[in-house]
Write a protein that binds this ligand. Structure first.
Ligand SMILES: [Zn+2]
Length: 422
């Protein structure tokens, strides 16, 4: 929809007259460009990407004037990570495939380099013990291509995974994926390379593959949550946490996973809110936490509730921001059914402002950093935007394609919500 210029200036005048929070979208765009740019290497586990992002966020907190917590800006912890810093190559019958587009290296892939003849396997080749023993004999020294029937059944998928892991002890394994390739972060690596090819990228007739995949497993990757405090207006012992994870998937060889929506957008929202509440203190103290290790399994938030840098019983609300870069279809509030009063407040704020097309309630889900807090009985919600682009955990989640459509609307909504917490 196009808004006529006259109407636009009228709207602008109205919003200025209201003395509400100003637009933060342009600045958010710059934050996202920086965080999801090549200099931070996908904020993961190659070339120090996550650490560089942590330092950049700490500098922003310093600039905004947030106070440290317990005399420090960082909360360090470690966890195991399997990563792929070296460039990778995979060609089939001499045809070079594109990483991130035609194929993925499985996050828990091991190392394989060389030319392998391909053995095409069906599920039946692995089901009975006799047949499986024969198949494993044939696979030795070659690479296995798995043509398993597509399924969404969790038990069947678990069986596929177990068979794949078993095969990977003996040989590189290549599985056929769907049309959409979705990457993640792995821990304990397999002995050989494991690859997932996009549907149609590897014909049944393929004979040989050249594979160069070298993993680097770090059992104690050092990561840091970054935090900053905006003090309450009066004296308050209570806290509100605004959280967003800054880590993403890093790089898979030369393929960059920028993570613009996931979650440079949430960090941009967190920084925007930090700037507002530093200048306009709330009724409670606000701790802004940029979490590390979310994509590796909520490592940063899990550590926070164990480490307990503040009295957890004093936390009135955790507002977790992840995937805040669209909004064409409004927002979803995860754990809304358990935090009915907070959800109702959001709905009421939006009913007045009309900033968002929809404020949708969702039940509990352990799908982002609010979850470890919920599990400790601390009130927490997770807000993500809906609609617009749907790139997720892939090479296309880039700043250039991220619309930030309702960024200002969501920002104003959250300013109103946080301002009302006491
Ligand atoms: Zn995320």
């Amino acid at each position: 929809m196009r808004i006529p210029a006259a109407l636009l200036s009228l709207l602008l005048a109205a919003s200025l007259a209201g003395q509400g929070p100003p637009s933060v979208k342009d600045q958010a765009r710059r934050y996202v460009d920086t965080l999801a740019g090549p200099a931070f290497h996908g904020r993961g586990y190659v070339h120090g990407g996550d650490s560089l992002a942590a330092e950049w966020i700490a500098r922003q907190f310093n600039r905004i004037g947030l106070a440290p917590l317990n005399g420090t800006r960082f909360e360090p912890f470690t966890f195991p990570v399997n990563a792929f810093a070296d460039s990778i190559a995979f060609s089939v019958d001499g045809h070079l495939l594109t990483p991130g587009v035609d194929y993925l290296v499985d996050p828990s892939s091991g190392r394989s380099t060389g030319t392998f003849s391909l053995v095409h396997l069906k599920l039946a080749d692995l089901l009975s013990p006799e047949r499986k023993a024969m198949t494993l004999g044939v696979v030795m020294g070659r690479a296995a291509v798995l043509h398993f029937p597509r399924t969404a059944n969790a038990d069947t998928l678990a069986l596929y995974k177990a068979l794949e892991d078993e095969l990977a002890r003996y040989a590189p394994v290549i599985r056929e994926g769907g049309k959409k390739l979705t990457w993640s972060v792995g821990a304990a690596p397999a002995r050989n390379a494991m690859l997932e090819v996009r549907e149609g990228a590897l014909p049944d007739s393929a004979r040989t593959a050249d594979i160069r995949v070298v993993n680097r497993f770090n059992p104690r990757h050092e990561a840091r949550n970054v935090w900053g405090v905006a003090r309450a207006k009066g004296r308050s012992k209570d806290w509100l946490l605004v959280t967003a994870h800054y880590d993403h998937l890093g790089m898979m060889g030369q393929a960059l996973f920028p993570g613009a929506n996931d979650n440079a957008s949430g960090v941009a929202m967190l920084l925007s809110l930090a700037e507002w509440f530093k200048k306009h203190p709330a009724k409670v103290n606000i701790l802004f936490v940029a979490f590390a290790g979310e994509e590796a399994g909520l490592k940063g938030s899990e550590w926070f509730v164990v480490d307990r840098p503040l009295d957890l019983s004093r936390i009135k609300l955790v507002l977790n921001l992840d995937l805040n870069g669209t909004g064409e279809e409004g927002i979803t509030v995860v754990n809304a059914t358990e935090q009915k009063a907070v959800y109702d407040k959001l709905v009421a704020i939006n009913a007045k402002s009309g900033d968002l097309p929809q404020v949708k309630a969702r039940g509990p889900a352990c799908n982002s950093d609010h979850c470890p807090f919920v599990q400790k009985g601390i009130p927490a919600i997770f807000v993500y935007t809906m609609g617009g682009v749907s790139y997720y955990h892939d090479v296309n989640d880039r700043p250039e394609t991220l619309p930030l459509t309702k960024f200002d609307g969501l920002y104003r909504t959250l300013v109103a919500l946080i301002g009302g917490v006491k």
